[in-house]
Design a protein around this ligand. Structure first.
Ligand SMILES: [Zn+2]
Length: 362
């Protein structure tokens, strides 16, 4: 909407419409022709971790083999870190996200892989967001490398009991080298029986059962969706499940991007998220993901911004965020640009000039 105005009252959007018709207000902010958008909703991030893996990235970009252990490198560093160190790293990343216009983010565990370390990861995540996801099934813990079913039992039993009180969601990495279809289905069912809602890491590294397991479980979202069959696309659409695309991961691992156009043209609901994590996508920037989605995945600028806001809200089953309709939480951003299109048109440029969260300038 051009020449628009918006009224905030008690932390919520109270009115939107043409500026000429705006009701009187106690305090007025003149956006001066610049664009106002809903705050970004980042529905997929892994922010509780110790250490970093830049050497692995450098080697990957140079085409050199690197065998330092991937996720398990971060598991070791996370287990060794005290709560204060993990909390400080989490706070730094949360502040980074807010400065880049993200007003709601989801945060997963998954670098502890012991009862104690998963539970404390989730307790720390719950300090900074309501959207906390139990991902004890990120990879098989190294202590259980020779007994995957014993680890699945732990994830579905003692670890779940320790983690469920801190979490809203249960997630599983359903992929060759992580968890298979039957294991993933069992983990999601156990989480749901403990009161959690399901979301799934699916079809990231190759074709597989992840999307169909997610649909069968009634998951809110299947995340990654890089390798999809026609049956997978049909399953996403008919289940009404959100397909969350994470182009930061393909960018950072130099893999082919997911086929956003194919999903959109089939009628799927698409969300964009950062997948922020120290291994495969160490970006916290939703504007960067929007630029990738437009340039590399052929989403229109409108589709990409919708997917980074309203799409993310749907992936989290939230109706109070991701939009600026009356009644929504007043989470909004002011761009130093006349249109949302600049988020892709000016990639890498810090355009977020102000952020309001629940009506407060932050
Ligand atoms: Zn992830």
């Amino acid at each position: 909407m051009d020449d628009a105005a918006l009224v905030i009252e008690d932390g919520a959007v109270a009115w939107t419409g043409p500026a000429a018709n705006a009701p009187a207000a106690d305090e007025v902010v003149d956006a001066d022709g610049r664009a106002v958008l809903p705050g970004f909703v980042d529905s997929h991030a892994h922010l509780v971790f110790g250490g970093e893996r830049s050497a692995e990235f450098v080697a990957r970009m140079a085409g050199r083999p690197y065998r330092a252990g991937g996720i398990l490198t971060t598991v070791r560093a996370t287990r060794a870190a005290d709560d204060g160190t993990l909390r400080a790293n989490l706070a730094r990343l949360a502040a980074e996200m807010l400065a880049q216009g993200t007003t709601t983010f989801e945060c997963k565990s998954g670098y502890g892989l012991t009862v104690r370390d998963e539970a404390r990861s989730l307790a720390l995540a719950a300090e900074v967001t309501a959207e906390v996801t139990y991902l004890g099934a990120h990879v098989v813990a190294p202590e259980f490398a020779n007994d995957v079913s014993a680890y699945v039992d732990l994830v579905c039993g003692e670890m779940l009991r320790a983690c469920a009180p801190h979490a809203r969601w249960v997630d599983v990495f359903c992929e060759d080298g992580a968890f298979g279809a039957a294991e993933a289905a069992a983990i999601l069912a156990a989480g749901q029986a403990a009161g959690l809602s399901a979301r799934v890491h699916a079809n990231q590294l190759g074709p597989g059962p992840g999307v169909r397991v997610a649909a069968a479980a009634g998951a809110a979202a299947a995340d990654h969706c890089t390798y999809l069959t026609n049956a997978d696309v049909d399953a996403i659409v008919s289940a009404g499940m959100v397909a969350t695309l994470l182009p930061g991961a393909e960018f950072s691992t130099r893999h082919p991007y997911p086929e956003a156009r194919r999903l959109l043209d089939a009628g799927a609901t698409v969300a964009l998220a950062t997948d922020c994590n120290p291994g495969s996508s160490f970006t916290s920037s939703m504007p960067f993901c929007i630029a990738l989605a437009v340039r590399e995945m052929r989403m229109t600028t409108e589709e990409a911004v919708w997917s980074a806001t309203a799409g993310g809200a749907r992936a989290l089953r939230r109706s109070d965020i991701g939009q600026l309709t009356p009644g929504s939480r007043a989470d909004l951003i002011l761009l130093d640009a006349p249109s949302h299109a600049y988020l892709a048109y000016r990639p890498g440029v810090p355009l977020i000039t102000a952020v309001w969260q629940a009506g407060c300038l932050v």
